[in-house]
Design a protein around this ligand. Structure first.
Ligand code: 45D
Length: 327
């Protein structure tokens, strides 16, 4: 048999992903715009007591200095409108600029506004704001999640804001990319993952930890695909490289254990579990699985990165046979 991306997505079917994340984001999306902003403020400040994002670095914020200063000089009413427009995906000049930001630039933009809200330089939540029962319900749902899932909810709500025109126009396309310089040296000790000897998998992890995008994409087959958590697969080396330059940077990847097995026609499948840390929240280990399908040449035909439902899932390295029996 030959594999398609569709069939590859089904490898290791027993893997339980954090469905509570999209469910909570869907609850968020049903809130009114003012409730969305209030929710984010409460979630960010309340969760912030245990998980605080790192400052994105002056050099990165300088890339959007013009825009940020413009916002700082606005009246509180104008700032409030601007935040509503972003949350509403309204078509305004600032909403359009934001739409072209990289994911990390979007997060950095809000990080700065959040700091300024704390200092009173940007409109805070209006005094006398009464939290609606809907906001309270979404906050309660977020509190039930583990920290890795909580920061993913925050991230996914921010990423969906702003306005992206269906057809990109040249003049607007000022893409702002963030860089996260590594704070420590890259470990040179031989990487070991319990249960895994496949060189492609070991090279993939080493390349990710070195921010070596060229080395990472060289491991993929021509039409290989990478599927990030809760997203559709990204297909082809060029698209994967662009994605990794934006969102794969500065990650600390800590695989712990895995399982490998041959399937048909020389293809092999490998499931590895462990944790990933984002430079935004160095103290939060997100529980993830990588599900690899390698072609007979040992190239990556497909890899899915899943955010796991619970830490228990780290030990779920069920083989195909067992998974079939369980269904
Ligand atoms: O509206 O192997 C205010 C891949 C109020 C690559 C606010 C990967 C008003 C391949 C508070 C100001 C990348 C897939 C807003 C691996 C308001 C690979 C501000 C996985 C919005 C392993 C809110 C990587 C703010 C993973 C400031 C899983 C919110 C990476 C800030 C995951 C939120 C990274 C931040 C995650 C969230 C990062 C900074 C989940 C960052 C989350």
């Amino acid at each position: 048999m030959t594999y398609s991306i569709k069939s590859a997505q089904k490898i290791f079917p027993g893997t339980k992903v954090a469905d509570a994340v999209p469910a909570t984001v869907a609850m968020f999306n049903r809130l009114s715009v003012d409730d969305q902003l209030a929710f984010l403020w409460y979630a960010y400040t309340e969760l912030g007591r245990s998980i605080t994002p790192a400052a994105p670095g002056k050099a990165n914020l300088q890339l959007m200095e013009g825009l940020l200063n413009q916002i700082k000089q606005m009246s509180h009413a104008e700032q409030m409108q601007l935040m509503r427009d972003l949350a509403n995906n309204a078509d305004t000049p600032i909403s359009r600029s934001y739409g072209y930001f990289s994911v990390n630039a979007k997060l950095g933009f809000w990080w700065q506004l959040g700091e300024w809200m704390k200092q009173g330089l940007v409109a805070p939540i209006p005094t006398g704001y009464q939290m609606s029962s809907e906001v309270a319900a979404v906050l309660e749902a977020v509190k039930q999640l583990d920290p890795g899932q909580q920061i993913t909810v925050l991230r996914n709500t921010v990423v969906d804001m702003g306005f992206t025109p269906a057809v990109a126009s040249q003049e607007q396309a000022e893409v702002i990319n963030f860089t996260f310089p590594r704070t420590g040296p890259v470990s040179t000790t031989q990487l070991t993952i319990e249960g895994i000897t496949e060189p492609t998998v070991l090279k993939y992890i080493a390349a990710m930890n070195a921010d070596d995008v060229e080395a990472t994409i060289a491991l993929f087959a021509d039409n290989g695909a990478l599927q990030p958590p809760f997203q559709r697969p990204i297909v082809g080396r060029e698209a994967i490289a662009a994605y990794l330059r934006d969102e794969g940077q500065g990650l600390i990847v800590k695989p712990k254990q895995g399982i490998s097995e041959g399937i048909e026609d020389g293809y092999t499948q490998h499931k590895i579990t462990g944790t990933v840390e984002t430079p935004w929240f160095g103290n939060v280990g997100m529980n993830v699985a990588w599900r690899f399908l390698l072609d007979p040449q040992g190239k990556i035909f497909f890899v899915a990165i899943d955010l796991l439902a619970s830490p228990k899932e780290l030990l779920n390295l069920t083989r195909r046979e067992n998974a079939t029996q369980l269904r």
